[in-house]
Design a protein around this ligand. Structure first.
Ligand code: IPM
Ligand code: MN
Length: 350
């Protein structure tokens, strides 16, 4: 199921779809694509950022590939609904509690990062962000207050919510370098103290062979920039994960390169680039499609069990970068290619 969304979403999803079609030709597979409205465009057409029909169609799919949602047109704080509400709802409705966000700078692009090469070289982090709980989904509202108004959002977690995402992260660590870092704010938040006790128990009982550490989120914001190589798998709650993965994206130079996978209960996974809808460059044909193309590779790997095909797409992206092709966001002022050309180059490399 394709949910192109808003802004540059349709442009990058189109290229990723073409890459999947090329994968089908090369490996003798058959993919069936359908497209549905979601986000701001769905508010315009259906008055709902996630129309019932879109959600029902996603439930029937093997996997969902999403572009991006949102834009200034739907930003009015007084609006009844927002594009982002559709994204939160689809994550919740499909039970996608584990968000995998790999942060691994391409060696060809080390110069594109604002950080020095000697700091980022060799970085390979898998963030596992809890995606369907915490302050994003807690009780919230506004009420009158003597000074005007009071607004509140509650961060809450249950034992079960922590256990299941920690297991996903620890299993990933087992297949990688064997280290798990849990990030919290246990010196202040009760929710974090629950995370800390539940994670310690799961690690001791089920993953004693792994190296396990806890880091406070403010310190993590610092360590991510000063010693990113020290981390393997990092698991954390929803809001901390949202913030830390945007920060982490700068280790690679561009958000346009980063894919993500939202997985959970049996059923379709949701794959998307971690960048937003970039309304400032929408429609210009200059957006970087590589994040979405790499999200399609994750889709092949996790939802379709096509590891060979996934690796082929990742290898093709790497080859295109090695050959020196860049979209504007990673060109550092040098010559660049547009969205469609970049897609075509990946297909040629494939
Ligand atoms: C992300 C985005 C979303 C989030 C927004 C668009 C709701 O920032 O996927 O990281 O906060 O989860
Ligand atoms: Mn975010």
């Amino acid at each position: 199921m394709l949910l192109p969304g808003d802004g540059i979403g349709p442009e990058v999803v189109q290229e990723a779809t073409k890459v999947l079609e090329a994968v089908a030709r090369k490996f003798g597979r058959r993919f069936q694509f359908e497209t549905r409205p979601m986000g701001g465009n769905a508010i315009d057409s259906h008055g709902d950022p996630l129309p019932e029909e879109t959600l029902a169609a996603c439930r029937q799919a093997d996997a969902v590939l999403l572009g991006a949602v949102g834009g200034p047109k739907w930003d009015d704080p007084r609006a009844k609904t927002r594009p982002e509400a559709g994204l939160l709802k689809i994550r919740k409705e499909l039970g996608l509690f584990a968000n995998l966000r790999p942060i691994k700078p391409f060696s060809q692009l080390l110069a594109a990062s604002p950080l020095r090469r000697e700091i980022i070289e060799g970085t390979d982090i898998l963030f596992v962000r809890e995606l369907t709980g915490g302050i994003y989904f807690g009780e919230s509202g506004r009420r009158p207050h003597a000074s005007g108004e009071e607004a509140y959002n509650v961060m809450s977690y249950t034992t079960g919510e922590v256990e299941r995402v920690v297991r996903v992260a620890a299993e990933a660590a087992r297949r990688r370098r064997g280290k798990l870092t849990m990030v919290d704010k246990a010196n202040v938040l009760d929710a974090s103290r629950l995370w800390r006790s539940v994670t310690a128990r799961i690690m001791a009982e089920e993953f004693p062979e792994l190296t396990y550490e806890v880091v406070l989120v403010d310190a993590m914001a610092m360590h991510l920039l000063s010693r990113p190589r020290d981390f393997d798998v990092v698991v954390t709650e929803n809001l901390f994960g949202d913030i830390l993965t945007d920060e982490g994206s700068m280790l690679t130079g561009s958000m346009g390169l980063l894919p993500s996978a939202a997985l959970g209960t049996p059923g379709p996974g949701l794959y998307e680039p971690i960048h937003g809808s970039a309304p400032d460059i929408a429609g210009q044909g200059i957006a970087n499609p590589l994040g979405t193309i790499l999200a399609a590779a994750m889709l092949l790997r996790y939802s379709l069990s096509m590891e060979q095909e996934a690796v082929a797409v990742e290898t093709a992206v790497s080859a295109v970068l090695t050959a020196g092709h860049r979209t504007r966001d990673i060109a550092a002022g040098q010559a660049s290619v547009g969205t469609q050309k970049m897609g075509a180059l990946v297909i040629a490399a494939l």
